[in-house]
Ligand binder design. Structure first.
Ligand code: KIV
Length: 265
């Protein structure tokens, strides 16, 4: 078991801010696990970030298990949370529990994450009863973009109280924490103060109990995607382009490989 546990995450509320970041492969997982973070999320953003799909709907159990296994092998300290992909939990309780169990049993995740509230509350209760820790996700839930009509801020005006009551439902169902994505700052504050489980914000302002960012966004690898809530802490696109261009130039000029890169007879 990794050093960070689900009870440890719950007890951090009101004591310290929680930090979560996504990772999709072993090398990145190893790196981020050395950076004082609490949770590594194998997000279904994998579909867009690593696999080039236009949304998260196309990714399935096979890909999510494959990448979660790779991340789990790289992480020793943080809690690994695996996103359950679209249609792996929405269609029934026993299917949801079976699929969630595969993330712990086969991919060695420490918890799963599901999107939504009313339609998935029975599944969440059954997963928790089966011994599977569940993180909820409300607000802009990308698996529902067909209903939302795109990636849009949620919870403005009359829909705010609905999201607040959904948060309470998820807490009652047994979720150990809750992602709030793209909701107004005040609503996120109200939810954070109303539930006993930690809220983890992305585009939800500073009052959440923690924050999550997609690792490619914070490292500046993904140049096409620049929503307001992303802060770039590095410009790895430029670093990668410069390094690979230098390599290309040195190969073409005969500068690489040099004597120090060669085996002697
Ligand atoms: O898939 C993902 O990366 C996520 C985070 C944005 C919370 O769900």
């Amino acid at each position: 078991m990794n050093e960070t546990t689900v009870p440890g995450i719950i007890s951090a509320k009101h004591i310290r801010k929680l930090v979560m970041v996504t990772a999709y492969d072993y090398s990145m997982a190893r790196l981020v696990d050395q950076c004082d973070i609490d949770m590594v999320l194998v997000g279904d953003s994998l579909a867009m970030v690593s696999l080039g799909h236009e949304d998260t709907l196309s990714v399935g159990m096979k890909e999510m298990l494959h990448h979660t296994g790779a991340v789990s092998r790289g992480v020793q300290k943080a809690l690994v949370v695996a996103d359950m992909p679209f249609m792996s939990y929405q269609t029934g309780v026993s299917r949801a529990v079976f699929n969630a169990g595969r993330f712990l049993k086969e991919a060695r995740a420490g918890a799963v994450k599901v999107e939504g509230a009313a339609g998935v509350t029975p599944q969440i209760k059954a997963m928790v009863e089966a011994g599977i820790p569940v993180m909820g996700h409300l607000g802009l839930t990308p698996q529902s973009i067909a209903v939302f009509g795109g990636f849009k801020v949620q919870g403005r005006g009359k829909s705010g109280p609905l999201i607040l009551s959904q948060a309470r439902q998820l807490e009652q169902a047994g979720c150990f924490s809750l992602v709030l994505e793209a909701v107004p700052v005040e609503l996120a504050r109200q939810i954070t103060e109303s539930v006993s489980i930690p809220t983890i914000g992305i585009g939800a302002g500073p009052h959440c109990d923690g924050q999550v960012l997609v690792v490619n966004d914070l490292l500046g690898i993904n140049e096409q995607f620049a929503p307001r809530f992303v802060k770039r802490y590095a410009d790895l696109s430029a670093t990668v382009r410069n390094a690979v261009s230098d390599y290309s130039r040195e190969v073409r000029s005969g500068q690489f490989p040099g004597p120090e890169h060669c085996y002697k007879d």
